[in-house]
Design a protein. Structure first.
Length: 164
């Protein structure tokens, strides 16, 4: 954002500090108009032809812009990806516990990455691991959608689910 002497255009469209449209004028006339008001000439729309400039307090303008940017960032909702790890031989009780955790994560609006980890000779039973992960997903009672299908990775299988 350019202001005062940094504005390169020869002619600009000027809007004064009260919001009235002053029209197209030479840059030197616009600067003197801003100086008489005791304010700055700020280029608001540099890509317009000719550029649009406003007469305003530049420091206050910058402060308001950073304040609006901070408010916009604070109001954004951040979706976290939580992880649930299962083993090929995970017991039914443990599966119930992990199911409750997954449902809690989905209810809060978080995505869940469900993984089934395979070690050693377990890697020979890939079809069983895929079935176990699908069975775990079928156990979940909270409505969800699959963002990624069940896919193989070096340590086993995983999938990502999100709340509907």
């Amino acid at each position: 954002m350019r202001a005062n002497l940094r504005i390169k255009a020869r002619t600009v469209v000027v809007i004064d500090h009260e919001g009235t449209h002053k029209g197209e004028m030479d840059i030197t006339d616009a600067r003197t108009l801003a100086n008489e008001a005791g304010l700055d000439l700020v280029e608001v729309s540099p890509k317009a032809n000719p550029p649009v400039c406003k007469i305003l307090d530049y420091g206050k303008f910058q402060y308001m812009q950073t304040k609006q940017a901070r408010q916009a960032q604070a109001s954004q909702t951040r979706v976290e990806t939580k992880g649930v790890r299962l083993g090929l031989r995970t017991d039914k009780h443990d599966l119930e516990f992990k199911k409750k955790q997954t449902e809690k994560f989905l209810a809060k609006g978080n995505k869940v990455k469900a993984e089934i980890i395979m070690r050693g000779r377990e890697k020979a039973y890939q079809d069983l691991a895929r079935k176990n992960l699908q069975a775990f997903l079928d156990m979940i009672e909270v409505p969800f959608k699959k963002e990624e299908e069940i896919k193989r990775f070096p340590g086993g299988f995983n999938t990502i689910i999100a709340p509907e």
